[in-house]
Design a protein. Structure first.
Length: 150
């Protein structure tokens, strides 16, 4: 059974591993790997730990295995991350994490959320009710998106 809980700094290394695996798969699938090394240079377990200390960060786990995580910057009403381990894609884990982030946002008094999405994540967010103020072409690679939640 999947459980969702708040992340702690002790989870940073496991989060980083999922983040790298998921992003590597997306960069390879959607962009032919272009830009991956530049992105990886900006990420580390220390960066994850810093984000845990300043944002609302949640984890999805099953039998103590990290399946995915999500992060919300409540000060900016911005979803910074929803990442799921590639072997767990299309199992509803990202949706569960997103629903929980929206609940956290509502509890914080937020009524609208924004985010930036790339590649296949754009379709995921569209299915969850997020919209882009800009016209999206048939195969967009990047989009700014938002959703009213209140």
């Amino acid at each position: 059974m999947i459980s969702i809980r708040r992340a702690t700094v002790a989870d940073a290394a496991r989060m980083h591993a999922v983040h790298v695996a998921s992003s590597t798969a997306v960069y390879q699938q959607s962009f032919g790997g272009k830009g991956l090394e530049q992105w990886l240079a900006t990420r580390s377990a220390a960066v994850c730990a810093e984000e845990i200390s300043k944002w609302a960060v949640i984890l999805a786990e099953e039998d103590e295995v990290l399946l995915g995580f999500a992060a919300l910057d409540t000060a900016k009403a911005n979803i910074d991350a929803v990442y799921v381990a590639p072997e767990c894609w299309r199992q509803g884990i990202g949706r569960q994490l997103l629903i929980r982030l929206e609940e956290i946002a509502l509890a914080a008094g937020l009524s609208r959320l924004s985010l930036q999405a790339a590649g296949p994540a754009i379709r995921f967010y569209l299915r969850q009710g997020y919209i882009s103020p800009e016209e999206l072409g048939p195969n967009p690679s990047w989009a700014e998106m938002e959703k009213s939640i209140g």
